[in-house]
Design a protein around this ligand. Structure first.
Ligand code: 45D
Length: 322
């Protein structure tokens, strides 16, 4: 029987994911633009303290740098307008440029802007701003999340900003030169060990990802294979997966801890592995509890892998099926 994406998505469906993340983002989306900017400033000044020097070097940020230089030269009223346009996804030249940025370039842009705000060169909050009660509600909801969940909320809000360029066709920006580069903070572990797991495709996957060797990782997938990131639809096919990994998986530190493997009557295998992932933005200071759900075909290739954020640390030990 052929493996299908739909059946693959439902393996280990008892995995508990944090519904508070989409709920918090929904609360944020309901705020007006100035409240959104204020919320991000308050949330970031708390979380931002732990952003590490693993943040990308300015040399690789050409695209964001052009915008930042423009913004630095503006009056504070115009700076505020740029930020309001980004938050409200307005159709302006700057907001369009931003809309074409990759996830890490968007994060790098705000990271640099945040540094300029701390130095007093850019105004963080619009002049005369009065906080509405809604901001407090979203901040309180955010405080209830663990750190890994908090940075996921921050990342999401940043990704959703700017003009929606998805309908506009390919960007006129050079693509390959533009990805921010991350310095690895911890040495690469070359022999991966996961309690309960001996599946070569899984061990090789983790080893390749921890070396940013995305070609090797993608070669482990079937030609119709798919990867499903947290809270997203599956990305199908080696080319699309490779592009995604280059943009979003660089510098990640993956520390799988334990797992189970169930062989199916057709020879395929279903595996669930739990562990901790660190992003190069926060380095060792923030660990995200996650699960990988793999479907390996009878020939030992990855047909499907879903990556889920886990609702709680207890979920790391939830390796039963039902
Ligand atoms: O508006 O196996 C200011 C995959 C002002 C790949 C601001 C994976 C106001 C396969 C405060 C300056 C990738 C799926 C804004 C595994 C304002 C795979 C700035 C999983 C916006 C395991 C705000 C990887 C700023 C995972 C600067 C789960 C905010 C990765 C910065 C998760 C926020 C990574 C940052 C996460 C957030 C990274 C830097 C959640 C970074 C989050």
């Amino acid at each position: 029987m052929a493996l299908t994406l739909q059946s693959a998505q439902s393996i280990f469906s008892n995995t508990q994911v944090p519904s508070q993340i989409p709920a918090t983002i929904a609360l944020f989306d309901q705020l007006n633009v100035d409240d959104q900017l204020a919320y991000l400033w308050y949330a970031y000044t708390e979380m931002g303290k732990t952003i590490t020097p693993a943040a990308p070097g300015a040399a690789r940020l050409q695209l964001a740098e052009t915008l930042l230089t423009q913004i630095k030269l503006m009056s504070s009223e115009d700076q505020t307008k740029v930020m309001r346009d980004l938050a409200s996804r307005a159709d302006t030249p700057i907001s369009r440029s931003y809309g074409f940025f990759s996830v890490n370039t968007k994060l790098a842009f705000w990271y640099e802007l945040g540094e300029l705000m701390k130095k007093g060169l850019v105004t963080p909050i619009p002049a005369g701003y009065q906080m509405s009660p809604g901001v407090k509600v979203v901040l309180e909801a955010t405080q209830k999340l663990d750190q890994g969940q908090q940075i996921t909320v921050l990342r999401n809000t940043v990704v959703n900003m700017g003009f929606d360029t998805s309908e506009l066709g390919p960007s006129s920006y050079p693509k390959d030169v533009a990805e921010p580069a991350f310095q690895r903070t911890t040495p690469i572990i070359s022999s991966v060990k996961i309690d309960g797991i001996t599946e070569p495709a899984v061990l090789s996957y983790i080893e390749a990802m921890n070396a940013d060797n995305f070609d090797a990782a993608v070669a482990l997938f079937t030609t119709d294979g798919a990867l499903q990131p947290p809270f997203q639809k599956p990305i199908v096919g080696p080319e699309a997966i490779a592009k995604y990994m280059r943009e979003e998986a660089q510098g990640l530190n993956m520390m799988p801890q334990q797992g189970i493997c169930e062989v199916q009557p057709d020879g395929s295998k279903q595996l669930k592995i739990t562990g901790v992932v660190q992003t190069p933005w926060f380095g060792v200071t923030v660990g995200m509890n996650i699960a990988w759900r793999f479907l390996i075909n009878p020939q030992g290739k990855i047909f499907f892998v879903a990556i889920d954020m886990l609702a709680s640390p207890q979920e790391l030990l939830n390796l039963r099926r039902v």
